[in-house]
Design a protein around this ligand. Structure first.
Ligand SMILES: NC(=O)c1ccc[n+]([C@@H]2O[C@H](COP(=O)([O-])OP(=O)(O)OC[C@H]3O[C@@H](n4cnc5c(N)ncnc54)[C@H](O)[C@@H]3O)[C@@H](O)[C@H]2O)c1
Length: 435
């Protein structure tokens, strides 16, 4: 079995390293962040992901997974090197590829024998070939250092199950040797029936951004319908349900609400728009611009509703916010719609008190000025207004009568459109997209 390194131990890389170890591979994971590496080597995950920490410990104990800061060690160890570094939003929405080229440049001098470098990061089309050329120009192994692109589709909150049993494996390759190597790496999911799609590098890069563009478009479509419903006095919830029964449309990702956020969709949409502009595909530029605009408008709409519910101004109004993670089952607050709403409420003079089951430490690092409350009732103590901004299942289990005893006014804005209207009937409930 090939020995594997994983370069970059963030949300994607750490999950990938742990899951490959769990599939039986010998894995060495590397990062430039010494704290992350020390923590992971002690069996601690630097972020919340259900099921990941026990699996990390299990594979550390089994001796299949190790961590290092040394590229020399990684180069000497691995037959297959997975690049899992970040590609954040850079200037004018373009993907910042400095970590991708940086990591490839740090590894390449140590590639002395035949090996395969596999990109998993989400990158603009054309990046893979450039990475391959740069590696081959530096690596002592030269042309024997092969490159493939294997985009990742895992969802935070379901990352472990998505990695161990993905719904498809996409490989962009330039040689049969690379494909054969990756078939060995993914033998277990392939034997379990996971579909494998093998293609050229450019198409594999595009599959990932096209998938994200489609998902974002679907979310923004239903949110545009929510806007229409708000203007027309119609109800987006039964509308979405009725649309979803059409098998050609489907129900998933057709949930109206506060829109998408996180470390992937927003920056991937903007990076793809920049790529489309470079390629002169103007129709895609305008489609993705509109998708982004619709998405951001939902945040403004929640602030507008809050202002209206507070009687025209948010100055001095006490607001309890339920949920700051960009989605449930995650502590990721990168481009969190909720945190953006909190920031705007605070700018307009509201006193914001925030609760989240797991994301408060990461939110507090990003927005230290907000008040973070250890429980829902402490966040809601004396509140004039409650905002439900992340759809944790804990919040659907709230007893509205108990909450009514601590708030100043029984007014809630359900920006995720999922609270039970009947349960909350003694409250004034505003739902995005509902009359
Ligand atoms: N997070 C997700 O759910 C997800 C899903 C699919 C794809 N992706 C893609 O995967 C990539 C990584 O995303 P992430 O969320 O894990 O990012 P992240 O910011 O959590 O992790 C990136 C890691 O790379 C490390 N790094 C940076 N430069 C390095 C270098 N030169 N050598 C070694 N390590 C280096 C950083 O220290 C960090 O730990 C992105 O392209 C993202 O779009 C992410």
């Amino acid at each position: 079995m090939p020995r594997v390194t994983v370069i970059g131990t963030g949300y994607l890389g750490l999950t990938h390293a742990v899951c490959l170890a769990d599939l039986g591979h010998e894995v060495l994971a590397i990062d430039v962040d010494a704290d992350k590496i020390a923590k992971a080597a002690r069996g601690e995950t630097p972020f919340f992901e259900p099921g990941l920490e026990p699996l990390l410990r299990k594979n550390l104990d089994a001796g299949r997974l190790r961590f290092t800061l040394s590229f020399a060690e990684a180069g000497a160890f691995g037959d297959v090197h997975f690049l899992c570094v970040g590609t954040p939003e850079g200037e004018s929405g373009r993907a910042d590829l400095s970590s991708v080229y940086g990591a490839a440049g740090m590894l390449a001098p140590y590639l002395t024998s035949p090996c395969l470098v596999v990109g998993k990061s989400t990158v603009p089309v054309g990046t893979a070939r450039q990475v391959m050329n740069r590696i081959r120009a530096i690596a002592p192994a030269g042309e024997a250092a092969d490159l493939a692109w294997n985009p990742e589709f895992l969802r935070e909150g379901f990352a472990v199950q998505d990695s161990l049993a993905p719904d498809r494996i996409v490989l962009g390759v330039t040689s049969g040797r690379a494909e054969a190597r990756l078939r060995q790496v993914y033998r277990a999911p392939l034997e379990a029936g996971t579909p494998l799609l093998v293609m050229d590098l450019e198409t594999a890069e595009l599959v990932k951004v096209a998938a994200n563009a489609f998902l974002a478009t679907k979310i923004s479509f239903i949110n545009a319908m929510a806007e229409v419903c708000e203007e027309a006095g119609a109800d987006v919830i039964p509308l979405a349900e009725a649309l979803g029964y059409d098998a050609r449309i489907g129900r998933r990702f057709l949930s109206p609400g506060l829109g998408y956020g996180g470390g992937c969709l927003p920056k991937d949409i903007r990076a793809f728009r920049a790529t489309a502009a470079d390629l002169g595909v103007d129709s895609l530029v305008s489609l993705l611009s509109t998708v982004d605009v619709i998405n951001l408008r939902r945040r403004d709409r929640v602030v507008e509703l809050a202002r209206q519910a507070a009687g025209g101004t948010l100055a001095g109004v006490q607001v309890a916010v339920l949920g700051v993670a960009f989605k449930p089952n995650s502590d990721d607050v990168r481009d969190s719609p909720s945190l953006a709403v909190c920031a705007q409420l605070a700018t307009e003079g509201a006193m914001v008190s925030v609760h989240d089951p797991v994301a408060m430490p990461s939110a507090a690092r990003k927005r230290p000025g907000l008040r973070y409350a250890p429980s829902v009732s402490e966040a809601a103590e004396g509140a004039d207004l409650v905002l439900h901004l992340t759809e944790w299942s804990d919040y659907r289990a709230i007893d509205p009568a108990a909450l009514a005893r601590v708030v100043a006014r029984r007014v809630i804005i359900d920006a995720r459109c999922c609270l039970d209207a009947d349960l909350w009937r003694h409250w004034t409930v505003h739902v995005l997209g509902r009359p």
